[in-house]
Design a protein around this ligand. Structure first.
Ligand SMILES: Nc1ncnc2c1ncn2[C@@H]1O[C@H](COP(=O)(O)OP(=O)(O)O)[C@@H](O)[C@H]1O
Ligand SMILES: [Mg+2]
Length: 331
């Protein structure tokens, strides 16, 4: 076994790889594990816990540096929120992780590979697009595209119904539709589903291939408050049940605050990551954005960030200003 295959096997099983034992020779299970091997196992385990890492990364679009000096680590199973004002480059960062957008500088690893190489283990919900009410594609078809869209195109009705792979696909699609609670409306045209129902189906689509990393770009945008709360609780349940790391781009941290392991605030000159208390405070954000920023805590525990360039509006303002399907993204 070559050294790379040996480390991969060690990461996968946590055990030293088994080597073929010649017939008649003694079994080797009592052989002590060498010190150097134990170190390699430990190093491999630590590395395997980081599912996304960016080191000193920068992005340039149309000749303009959008952000630079960004360091970021996402660990297995974590719930991380990516925050920052409009236009700062949050969607761009998600695209860099996916390998859709090339960085101008820096070192990026996604599940130990270059961005794009491990995308079969990455679920992605792009920033909200509205569906035309007359669109006749059903929710279940949309979810199926998450399974086979990029390999087979739009599946023909009934295609591969009798193969093992077709059965596995159907079972998994049913499972994720059930997981997101969309069974009652999955066969309805997607354009006729409500914003919250569409969002659940899109989350199911991102989940269908059992990703290890789920990138959700503003999944709460333009949802009403009860739906928003239900979708956040759903994402957290999925994270635990499917053991997937979630990176959720948000405009307003408050709905996700109780669930978060860490937040990342993005700015043109870098990013800061830490627990919400470590990052969302006046001192840290003022330093990051180079302008006085005040973080206030309302009596109900919500955080209000005041003075940030294009500061996220208060919850109520945001919902008044955005109709269903409204876009405020810059991409
Ligand atoms: N393809 C592109 N070409 C040039 N500029 C772009 C492109 N996509 C986004 N931008 C610009 O990059 C900046 C960051 O955009 P984006 O990542 O969408 O921000 P956010 O998601 O934080 O609102 C914005 O100023 C936007 O106008
Ligand atoms: Mg965006």
């Amino acid at each position: 076994m070559n050294p790379i295959a040996r480390i991969r096997e060690t990461v996968r099983t946590g055990e030293p790889p088994r080597t073929a034992v010649p017939p008649g020779s003694r079994p080797t299970e009592t052989t002590p594990v060498p010190e150097a091997h134990r170190d390699r196992v430990q190093a491999a385990r630590t590395a395997s816990q980081t599912v996304v890492s960016l080191r000193n990364t920068a992005v340039r679009l149309d000749g303009r540096v959008v952000w630079s000096g960004v360091d970021l680590d996402v660990r297995a199973g974590e719930f991380v929120s990516l925050l920052g004002p409009n236009g700062v480059g949050k969607s761009t960062l998600v695209k860099v992780i996916l390998g859709i957008q090339q960085p101008a500088a820096g070192e990026i690893r996604v599940l130990g590979e270059r961005p794009g190489r491990a995308n079969h283990h990455v679920g992605y919900l792009p920033q909200r697009r509205s569906f035309d009410p007359s669109l006749c594609v059903r929710g279940v078809d949309l979810v199926r595209l998450g399974w086979d869209g990029d390999r087979w195109g739009v599946p023909l009705p009934g295609a591969s119904r009798f193969t093992a792979r077709g059965r596995a696909a159907r079972e998994r699609i049913e499972e994720v539709i059930d997981l997101v609670g969309a069974s009652a409306y999955a066969k309805r045209p997607i354009g006729q589903c409500s914003g919250g129902e569409q969002q659940r189906l899109l989350i199911a689509q991102a989940l269908v291939r059992r990703p290890k990393v789920l990138l959700l770009d503003e999944p709460l945008d333009s949802l009403d408050l009860p739906t928003e709360a239900a979708v956040v609780a759903l994402i957290d349940r999925i994270r635990r049940e499917e053991e997937v790391a979630v990176v959720l781009v948000a405009h307003d941290v408050n709905p996700i605050l109780p669930y978060l392991d860490r937040v990342v605030y993005l700015a043109a000159r870098g990013a800061v990551a830490g627990t919400p208390a470590e990052v969302i405070n006046s001192e840290t954000l003022s330093r990051l954005y180079g302008t006085p920023i005040e973080v206030l805590r309302a009596s109900d525990g919500r955080l209000v960030v005041v003075g940030q360039p294009d500061a996220p509006a208060l919850h109520t303002d945001r919902h008044a200003a955005h109709g269903p399907g409204a876009r405020d993204d810059a991409d």
